[in-house]
Design a binder for this molecule. Structure first.
Ligand SMILES: Nc1ncnc2c1ncn2[C@@H]1O[C@H](COP(=O)(O)OP(=O)(O)OP(=O)(O)O)[C@@H](O)[C@H]1O
Length: 359
């Protein structure tokens, strides 16, 4: 039976690649710290897999999670907490361990040490419970290529023990949501990369998961589809779905998420809200129609600045309140400011600062 989670491979495989879809719904016991096999891990009795949740404040809690591949430490200490109902970004450079961590959260890889709780359940020993509540969209699309889009979704519904009627209805609802209705009867292999991403998202949403984990979902999407994806994510969040999303496009995340977890070298290094990140920004770009007047005013108030090639200047002001005061003073003084904005996105600033520290 197809695996809606796209099972991870063994230690020698890249775990993000979909390799097998044969997952019985009643599972065998785990043998951590090996990779959780596609044959599954939980001793939970097979039953309806569609989300029927209890509530908790932190939907994800991890403490000192470590994952090795042979001698290589891919995740060396991940400690994080994701609040129920939030949209949280997982941000880090290439190879920092984001996918490995996500695979452990969804129960497709077992940690070597540390603890993981996803809505109170251990993804290894309570794999069945975790899967019933989590929708997982891997960064690489693996779909049963010969199935049509509609069949692929209905098949996913079956793996979650949804009734044929419910699966059929949900499949059409989701094909509409991700704008793939015109491909409903087309085999998945004819889809473009971006269309496959969208089908992957629909698949992850089939069982109305309480928690959605998305690994670089915007990969391969055109600008319009990216905007739509942001809309879908915000809408799901408004409906109460908790979302953990990894992406390298930080400017997009600024608009999409409430908070971010930063990971570097396999270790979680910071967690902050987007509001906090905005507050922490200190580089502001100012442009005036009369540049000489701007420069002379900055000199008179002893504010250091750097001149940009586009005619604007860069000033360093700590905190948004000070920035607002600076702008008010400039205008009151008669400096003809036409542009005043923070340089770089909120999360980008934190990301750069954190990675600068590590250099
Ligand atoms: N199955 C595996 N076997 C050996 N090494 C692995 C395996 N999976 C991941 N790694 C290594 O673990 C590290 C973390 O990989 P991971 O895919 O989690 O990073 P990432 O942060 O998701 O990167 P990216 O942003 O490029 O997608 C990398 O150095 C990677 O080569």
């Amino acid at each position: 039976m197809p695996n809606p989670f796209d099972a991870a491979g063994s230690d020698n495989e890249q775990p993000t690649t979909d390799t097998t879809f044969a997952v019985p719904l009643a599972h065998a016991a785990p043998s951590a710290p090996d990779s959780v096999s596609s044959e599954g891990t939980s001793t939970a009795a097979a039953g309806a897999l569609v989300n029927s949740a209890t509530t908790c404040n932190s939907i994800i809690e991890t403490t000192n999670v470590v994952r090795l591949f042979g001698d290589f430490v891919a995740v060396s200490g991940a400690t994080l907490s994701v609040k129920e109902g939030s949209v949280t970004a997982l941000i880090g450079p290439n190879g920092s361990g984001k996918t490995t961590l996500m695979l452990m959260l969804v129960g497709l890889l077992a940690p070597h040490s540390g603890s993981i709780k996803v809505c109170g359940f251990d993804p290894v020993t309570q794999n069945h419970e975790v899967r019933s509540q989590v929708g997982w969209m891997p960064d690489q699309f693996g779909m049963w290529d010969t199935l049509t889009c509609y069949e692929a979704l209905v098949m996913t519904g079956a793996t979650y023990r949804m009734s044929p009627e419910e699966s059929a209805q949900r499949a059409d609802e989701l094909l509409n949501l991700v704008h793939l209705m015109e491909f409903r009867g087309k085999q998945a292999h004819v889809l473009s990369r971006g269309q496959k991403q969208r089908l992957g998202l629909a698949r992850a949403l089939m069982h109305r998961p309480r928690l959605l984990i998305l690994d670089e979902p915007a990969n391969g999407l055109d600008p319009r589809s990216r905007i739509e994806l942001r809309g879908i994510i915000r809408e799901l969040a408004e409906q109460g779905t908790t979302i953990l999303i990894s992406s390298h496009v930080l400017a997009e995340l600024d608009e999409m998420v409430d908070s971010a977890i930063f990971i570097s070298g396999g270790r979680t290094v910071a967690q902050e809200t987007v509001d906090e990140a905005r507050q922490a920004r200190s580089n502001w770009q100012v442009r005036a129609t009369d540049r000489a007047a701007l420069v002379s005013w900055l000199d008179s108030i002893h504010i250091a600045f750097a001149q940009n090639t586009d005619g604007s200047v860069l000033v360093n002001i700590a905190g948004e309140e000070n920035a607002a005061r600076f702008l008010k003073d400039a205008i009151t003084t008669g400096v003809p400011v036409v542009e005043f904005r923070p340089q770089g996105g909120a999360l980008e600033s934190t990301y750069l600062a954190l990675n600068e520290e590590r250099r």
